[in-house]
Write a protein that binds this ligand. Structure first.
Ligand code: SAM
Length: 237
């Protein structure tokens, strides 16, 4: 696979509006029509969401806290955030993803079902670069994989500029083992490998955060057989 520079984003948008949407909707869903690998990824990803919810709620109640869920996918994080009373702005480059997230939020966020009446997240079709405003917390899960390191720095700086007190990122860590797996994967590309995957060294992500005056406060690592995610929570230094 060749890096297509500025065209990368169009490829990603197109993928997540079509075959990628079908694939990831299944993985992030609850239906039985997933294979072993997809089920493993579903489990790993749900652990990431759980970890993020714990990081956020450990700090205190989310009631009324503004959260930007950048690259929200089908709403796996936005919906539990709203259940905790957070005021969520959820966006994604893929219109199909946003429509699915909105549909699921409407089904799952029924007022009067818990102690806190959930506020319906505000859903928008938007790429990360066009996000603006200020949020108490910005979260961006498993999106960096679509950004080569030279673009990741700018993306991290932009997300940090939107956050007032917390920025949470998850990314596929560039460790020797995973790097090797990925290379093997590239030698035998399957039909689902429609987009390039970029791994990131934790040190590179940390440097990008430090450069814009943020420091890492908490770290987590989520691994299953086929899912690897490094989780970092950053705060203003
Ligand atoms: N964050 C969600 C979660 O963890 O459930 C979804 C993760 S999914 C692997 C990656 C998502 O990032 C897709 O929904 C895709 O459309 C979105 N995405 C990729 N590049 C993006 C960009 N430049 N701006 C906004 N969203 C983007």
């Amino acid at each position: 696979a060749e890096e297509v520079g500025g065209g990368d984003k169009e490829v990603v948008r197109n993928y997540f509006n079509n075959s990628g949407f079908q694939r990831w909707k299944k993985i992030y869903g609850e239906t039985d029509d997933v294979n072993k690998v997809q089920l493993d990824i579903r489990l790993g990803h749900s652990k990431t969401v759980e970890n993020v919810m714990k990081m956020l709620t450990d700090d205190g109640s989310l009631n009324g806290v503004t959260v930007c869920d950048a690259g929200c996918g089908t709403g796996c994080l936005s919906i539990p955030l709203a259940k905790e009373g957070a005021v969520v702005s959820a966006s994604d480059i893929s219109a199909a993803m946003v429509a699915e997230a909105e549909k699921q939020a409407k089904e799952q966020l029924i007022a009067g079902n818990g102690d806190i009446a959930p506020v319906m997240p505000k859903f928008e079709v938007k790429d990360l670069e066009s996000l603006d405003g200020k949020y108490d917390t910005v979260v961006c899960l498993d999106v960096l994989i679509h950004y080569p390191q030279n673009k990741a720095d700018g993306m991290i700086a932009h997300l940090a500029s939107l956050a007032e007190s917390r920025l949470i990122l998850s990314f596929a860590p560039k460790t020797f083992y995973y790097d090797l797996l990925k290379r093997i994967g590239e030698l035998f590309p399957g039909p689902s490998k429609a987009t390039r995957a970029y791994l990131h060294a934790e040190a590179d992500v940390e440097r990008a955060l430090n450069k814009v005056g943020w420091k890492i406060r908490k770290r987590g690592l989520i691994t299953t057989q086929f899912y690897f995610a490094r989780l970092v929570e950053a705060v203003p230094a």
